[in-house]
Design a protein around this ligand. Structure first.
Ligand SMILES: Cc1ncc(COP(=O)(O)O)c(C=O)c1O
Length: 424
């Protein structure tokens, strides 16, 4: 076709100018090539093969009956995983941050007081997010590697009587596990809604949302649930739903308005289009939750616990030390290991990747340069993976001229510079 004819053919709208197609950026092409990696950092963890297979099934329409059945299966699977009878469970279409934003945007009205427990980067972020939704934020903080005591939480709640209290159950930047014992009861006394981040902990450690008086959680699909990133388990209690329905103003986000999204998920007895559900991601989550139900929560918790012990038996044998001092504060799903004096943490991380295609992460936020982070989550929580991590540590330390076990003082750890980008 001559150039003039081409122009004539595509100039469908009067006045639209058709120029020649610029081929300079005509990429990518060919079949995608992805290296195989063992993801033993703080997430994502490797997805279970059954989950990946589910993700590649043919698409359904997002408003088709068989797809609604899959959404119902997810809601029910979440009720089991979260140990709740609430009908208000669903997957937010988006990563953990979408769940986080949905929680704040819906639970908080402008001017509401929000107490944010900042034990690392996630508390800090919830504080930032809450301010954007015009909350009156009261931040309480603990040094990295510590958690909030019941007494501190009680005193803070009684002093401020906030609308919302935020705590992160599994703080992946520091490797701490926040106890929730008695906190729900305190929140009821002060008329506070209890919001908990379970992104790194859900299905790896116990949570009983109803029995513990939790009002809202958001999670992640890519950690202990062995799924791909892109869906955030979400739950509201009856109390939280009441607050939502009595709001004076609608949430400042249409995208994450839980009344509208709940309507898509059938919370109110019918189904209305809000957005196009990420069909393949929801297949994956349906399968991930089926795996949880088949294995059983207690077996999953026990498996994570056993792999955490196995990891630390090996690490302690090399003279390495946990960053979190108290046993009861230690998160078993994301483990923080002190970088010993004179060790180049980044070189060890690089060696693990170059030699074993194995991801071990450095610190994040307050722990940058001070720790390595090793995730033991979901499909990856198995002996052969833990053994490979131990081999990579042994090897990595020996390559830096360290004799193992390390001398007592070397394991003490020291802050080092070089904050490189680390996975979340
Ligand atoms: C505890 C915690 N909360 C929230 C997030 C944010 O989740 P996402 O990166 O899926 O948005 C992460 C991510 O690693 C996390 O570990």
């Amino acid at each position: 076709m001559s150039e003039d004819k081409t122009r004539e053919r595509w100039a469908a709208r009067p006045g639209e100018e058709v120029s020649e197609v610029d081929n300079a950026h005509r990429a990518p092409s060919g079949v995608i090539d992805v290296p195989s990696r063992l993801l033993m950092g703080p997430g994502p963890a490797n997805a279970h093969p059954r989950v990946l297979a589910a993700q590649s099934l043919p698409l359904l329409g997002h408003m088709h009956q068989p797809f609604f059945k899959i959404m119902d299966d997810i809601s029910e699977g979440l009720r089991y995983t979260l140990q709740t009878k609430s009908k208000y469970t669903l997957m937010v279409s988006g990563t953990g941050h979408a769940g986080m934003e949905a929680a704040i945007a819906n639970l908080v009205e402008p001017g509401d007081k929000v107490v944010v427990g900042n034990a690392g980067i996630w508390g800090e972020r919830v504080g930032i997010l809450s301010r954007r939704y015009q909350a009156d934020v009261v931040e309480i903080k603990v040094p990295a590697g510590q958690t909030f005591s019941y007494e501190t939480l009680k005193a803070t709640l009684l002093e401020h009587k906030p609308a919302v209290l935020f705590l992160c159950q599994g703080e992946s930047s520091t490797g701490t596990h926040q106890s929730l014992a008695g906190v729900g009861e305190l929140c009821r006394q002060t008329g506070t809604l209890l919001l908990v981040d379970v992104v790194c902990s859900l299905a790896g450690v116990p949570i009983f949302t109803d029995a513990w008086g939790i009002d809202c959680v958001y999670g992640g699909s890519q950690k202990c649930l062995s799924g791909p990133p892109g869906a955030s388990p979400f739950f509201l209690s009856e109390r939280a739903m009441e607050k939502l329905q009595k709001r004076k103003t609608p949430p400042a986000t249409y995208n994450l308005d839980m009344n509208l999204i709940g309507d898509y998920w059938g919370w109110f007895g019918k189904r209305s289009y809000h957005h196009t559900g990420p069909v393949s991601t929801f297949y994956a989550m349906r399968e991930a939750l089926a795996l949880v139900a088949e294995e059983g929560l207690e077996s999953m918790w026990a498996r994570h616990q056993a792999m955490h012990k196995r990891l630390w038996d090996g690490l302690r044998g090399m003279g390495l030390k946990p960053f979190v001092e108290k046993d009861e504060d230690r998160l078993i799903t994301v483990n923080t290991i002190k970088v010993p004096e004179g060790v180049d943490w980044a070189a060890l991380v690089k060696h693990a990747m170059d030699t074993y295609s194995l991801e071990i992460a450095g610190g994040l936020g307050p722990t940058v340069g001070k720790v390595w982070r090793v995730g033991i989550m979901g499909y990856n929580a198995k002996p052969q993976n833990v053994e490979l991590v131990l081999t990579a540590f042994k090897d990595g330390l020996q390559r830096q001229g360290k004799e193992l076990p390390l001398p007592e003082e070397a394991g003490a750890g020291a802050a080092q510079p070089q904050p490189a980008a680390a996975p979340a």
